[in-house]
Design a protein around this ligand. Structure first.
Ligand code: SAH
Length: 345
C-alpha cells in the first residue's frame, strides 16, 4: 500500500516493522496529511538519512498538474497525471460557503452512461485512497486556499471502488490531517443499489447524491446501462430506506437532455415517484460532449420542469453552471488532452 493511503495506525505499524522510532510516524503522518508535503525533502525535522530511507522504501505517490484552466467564473480545472500515463481531472469551485473540489475515484469508468465523457475510452483502473487524497492536497496547494467541501463527482463510480473511497473518507476527515467535516462531503452514484446498502451500514454523515436522470425504466435503461441491473423501483426503494435510517436528504441529479427526458410527462412522472420523500432534485442542463448527440434543454423547458415538480411538492433547483467555458464536466478535459496528444504524436 502506498504511504499516503495508510491510516496513522497502519503507518505506525510499518515504521515499527522497519525499526523506525515511534515518534517519527506522527511527524511523517502530519507532514503528509496536515502540511501536505509531497516529498520527504520538505520534512525538515527528519534526519537526512531517514528521509533517504523513507524515499527508497515508501515513495510518495502524487499528482502532477499537466493542464490548468481557469474559467471566467473562477472555477479551476486541473488535469493531473497520476502514475505515468494515467490522467484524472478535478474541478475547484468557489461558492459563498467556501471552496469545493470535485474529485475522481477511477481512471475512466465502467458504467457507460450515454451522455458522460468519462465513459469514452472505457475503464482503466481504480484509484487508491492516496491517489484520491492527492487530488485534494495538490489542488489546495495550487490555489493557495483552504478547500472545505468535497464532492465525489469526477470520473468514475465510487461504489465500484468502495473500499478505497471509504479509506479516503477516513483519511480526509482525520483530525490529525485535513480534518474536513463529513457533513461537507458528497458522494454520487449512478445507482449501484448494493453499494448504497453498504454505505448505509457505515452510518456516515455525508450527503448521498443519486444520478437519476430519468423518471422511468424505459428512458433510464436507454441512457444508463446500470438501470438494466437495478431498476428504478429497486433504486428508489433503497433510497427511501437510506433516508429513513439516516434522516438525511438525498440529492437526485437530473441532467436535462433535450427531447429525451425533459417533457412535461417526464416531470409529472418524476413528481409522482418522488412525492413525499426526503429529497431534492438538482436539474443540470446537460453539458455537451463532443462524442455524444445530446443537447441541453432550453432554460424555458427547465423552468417548466421545475414548476411541474414544485406542483407535486417536489423540491427542485437548477444547478448553476460553473466552468462551462473550460469543459469542466466529467472526463471532458482528459478526452481533449488525449486527443491533442494523439494529434501531435
Ligand atoms: N459515477 C457517479 C459519479 C460521477 S458523475 C455518478 O454517476 O453519479 C457526476 C455527475 O455528473 C453524475 O450525476 C453524472 O450523471 C453527471 N454527468 C455526467 N456527464 C454529464 C454531462 N455531460 N452533463 C451533465 N451532467 C453529467
Amino acid at each position: 500500500m502506498d504511504i499516503l493511503s495508510m491510516t496513522f495506525e497502519e503507518l505506525s505499524e510499518v515504521f515499527k516493522e522497519n525499526s523506525i522510532q515511534g515518534f517519527r510516524a506522527k511527524q511523517v503522518y502530519e507532514w503528509l496529511h496536515k502540511h501536505l508535503a509531497s516529498s520527504y525533502d520538505e520534512m525538515t525535522n527528519l534526519p537526512k538519512a531517514l528521509r533517504e530511507e523513507l524515499q527508497q522504501k515508501f515513495p510518495i505517490i502524487g499528482c502532477k498538474i499537466v493542464r490548468k484552466q481557469i474559467s471566467t467564473d473562477g472555477t479551476v480545472k486541473l488535469l493531473y497525471e497520476i502514475s505515468g500515463d494515467d490522467y484524472v481531472e478535478c474541478v475547484v469551485m468557489k461558492y459563498k460557503y467556501g471552496y469545493t473540489i470535485c474529485v475522481s475515484s477511477q481512471v475512466g469508468c465502467k458504467m457507460g452512461c450515454a451522455f458522460c465523457a468519462s465513459t469514452i475510452g472505457g475503464f482503466k483502473r481504480s484509484l487508491s485512497a492516496g491517489e484520491i487524497l492527492s487530488q485534494v492536497y495538490t489542488a489546495q496547494k495550487e490555489i493557495g486556499e483552504r478547500i472545505s467541501h468535497i464532492v465525489l463527482m469526477g470520473m468514475g463510480e465510487p461504489m465500484d471502488n468502495f473500499d478505497n473511497v471509504m479509506r479516503f473518507l477516513t483519511l480526509v476527515t482525520d483530525e490529525k490531517g485535513l480534518n474536513l467535516s463529513m457533513r461537507n462531503i458528497s458522494l454520487s452514484t449512478c445507482g449501484v443499489v448494493p453499494g448504497i446498502q453498504k454505505l448505509l451500514d457505515k452510518h456516515l454523515q455525508l450527503t448521498l447524491s443519486v444520478s437519476l436522470h430519468a423518471p422511468n425504466n424505459e428512458i433510464r435503461s436507454r441512457i444508463m446501462p446500470i438501470n438494466k441491473k437495478y431498476h428504478i423501483e429497486e433504486l428508489l426503494d433503497m433510497c427511501n430506506k437510506y433516508t429513513k435510517e439516516t434522516s438525511r436528504r438525498i440529492s437526485f441529479e437530473y441532467a436535462m437532455l433535450s427531447g429525451v427526458n425533459d417533457s412535461d410527462d417526464c416531470a409529472r412522472e418524476l413528481g409522482r415517484r418522488l412525492k413525499g420523500t426526503l429529497s431534492h432534485v438538482n436539474l443540470i442542463p446537460v453539458n455537451e460532449v463532443d462524442e455524444s448527440p445530446f443537447k441541453p434543454s432550453s432554460p424555458e423547458r427547465v423552468q417548466k420542469f421545475v414548476d411541474i415538480l414544485a406542483s407535486s411538492g417536489v423540491n427542485a433547483t437548477v444547478r448553476r453552471k460553473l466552468g462551462s467555458d473550460i469543459d469542466a464536466s466529467c472526463g471532458q478535459l482528459r478526452q481533449k488532452h488525449k486527443k491533442e496528444k494523439r494529434d501531435t504524436e
